[in-house]
Design a protein around this ligand. Structure first.
Ligand SMILES: NC(=O)c1ccc[n+]([C@@H]2O[C@H](COP(=O)([O-])OP(=O)(O)OC[C@H]3O[C@@H](n4cnc5c(N)ncnc54)[C@H](O)[C@@H]3O)[C@@H](O)[C@H]2O)c1
Length: 425
């Protein structure tokens, strides 16, 4: 059945969802950012992500800042940010703001779906009481709240919003079924219904925490193997031959983005306020947060080896985004690394083809020509598929490769120093 839908928050999550849903339903995308709304209505994506850009081109989505449109909707989906503050505590202001705006225009019979990542208990302890207090409607009788956490992986063209399986949770099986029918009317993936809101909320946090912990584990192994003279890439190759119970993860300069370095703090804080201390999760966060400092120490050592000081030496940062082939720089480890270099008086150059606003250089060739040492922070295709002779023909003497994605042998054969993370140097 064709539904009237409002999708709140038109970013990495809400915009592709709104574009896709508008192929089947009457959709209005709502955002507080008028500039984003104008861009979307001109079919220009405010998020730099290929799949979203192409979905927007072919969609009939209408974007607006007028929240009175909520009154006409059957289904309202909230996709606003859930960041942490500078004390690493959950910042629910955008979610509370969006829920307040929505509730001010809600009427009987609507389903409110929260897609934002939230800690277990948020729907029951914050969203539902807020809606009830503003609308004077009764949850589970006059309206329903459903949680369906998003799993998109920006830049991943194989697993997109169109085929990633999802989970749904609510207090009412009919509401969950209605949400299920809504999503599967335009998404060709398995949506399973869990028996509670909390289970759905915890599912998302657990899967992202799982990833954070595994990355922290491999980062710790990498730092250990650097001391022990063992090449972690060889070890991962070896361990990956085990056909069960091993899942390869790779070291890097740190964890970025809006999810993996953020979501564990939501659970850590929630458990803490209920008397449980997540020691393991906190340690993983600490290790991953320390990786830019580790890369900084590598830079310092390599410069020492060629008698260059940090002060005044030209360091090229290749890649500012937190992951390959996208322009998202939220929580990027490049930020901390650049800060440490600036503190020591290095001359920092930056080139990221997806983040021109942070770039000091416009091309790979120009930054290589201006840098004594380069750090490939992000594994954009432009870097991993580069013509290696570019390195030879320029000024660079040392290549730091924290993700171990460049061709080490080729770089060494050109007479340059290559230094990865965990390669046993
Ligand atoms: N980006 C990802 O890869 C990803 C993946 C899975 C889940 N998530 C989760 O999805 C949620 C949204 O993340 P995102 O990356 O799309 O964020 P985003 O910052 O890209 O987009 C959020 C949008 O919400 C708007 N907004 C903020 N406050 C608002 C309000 N009160 N009313 C209306 N609009 C408002 C912002 O203007 C922005 O356009 C977060 O909880 C995030 O953790 C993100």
């Amino acid at each position: 059945m064709k539904q009237k839908v409002c999708i709140i928050g038109l970013g990495y999550v809400g915009l592709p969802l709104a574009c896709l849903a508008s192929k089947v339903h009457d959709v209005i995308g709502l955002d507080i950012d008028g500039k984003k709304v104008d861009l979307i209505n001109q079919k220009m994506s405010p998020v730099s992500e290929k799949h979203t850009e192409s979905l927007l081109q072919s969609s009939t989505l209408i974007a607006s800042t007028d929240f009175t449109k909520i009154n006409d909707a059957n289904i309202i989906v909230v996709c606003v940010p859930t960041p942490i503050d500078d004390k690493q505590l959950p910042d629910l202001k955008p979610l509370i703001g969006a829920t307040t705006s929505v509730a001010s225009h809600m009427k009987k019979g609507q389903i409110l779906i929260i897609e934002s990542t939230i800690h277990p208990g948020t729907c029951e302890e914050i969203v539902i009481p807020l809606v009830e207090s503003i609308t004077h409607l009764k949850h589970d009788h006059d309206f329903h709240v459903v949680h369906c956490p998003e799993r998109i992986d920006p830049g991943n063209m194989k697993w997109t919003i169109q085929n990633i399986p999802r989970v749904i949770g609510s207090k009412n099986p009919h509401a969950s079924q209605a949400a299920h029918d809504f999503y599967t009317s335009f998404i060709d993936a398995n949506f399973i219904i869990l028996n509670s809101l909390k289970a759905a909320e915890a599912t998302k946090i657990m899967e992202n925490t799982f990833r954070d912990i595994n990355i922290a584990f491999i980062n710790e192994m990498a730092m250990s193997f650097d001391v022990l003279g063992i090449d972690i890439i060889e070890v991962i190759k070896g361990a990956s031959t085990k056909p069960f119970a091993f899942m390869p993860h790779f070291p890097g300069p740190g964890v970025g983005g809006h999810c993996i370095p953020v979501d564990p703090y939501y659970l850590i804080e929630k458990a803490k306020t209920n008397g449980f201390s997540h020691r393991f999760l906190s340690l993983a966060r600490e290790i991953n947060n320390s990786m830019p400092d580790y890369v900084f120490k590598i830079i310092q050592n390599e410069l020492n080896n060629i008698n260059l000081p940090l002060k005044g030496t030209r360091i090229g940062i290749l890649g500012y985004a937190y992951k390959k082939n996208i322009g998202d720089a939220r929580e990027t480890p490049a930020h901390r690394l650049i800060h440490l270099l600036h503190e020591q008086g290095s001359t920092v150059h930056i080139y990221d083809p997806f983040v021109p606003q942070e770039s000091t250089h416009l091309s790979l060739a120009s930054i290589l020509n201006d840098s004594d040492l380069v750090v490939f922070v992000t594994d954009h295709d432009e870097f991993t598929q580069m013509d290696y002779t570019l390195l030879k023909n320029n000024k660079t003497k040392v290549v730091i490769d924290p993700r171990n994605v460049l061709d080490q042998e080729k770089i060494i054969s050109l007479g340059l120093k290559h230094r990865g993370v965990g390669r046993g140097h």
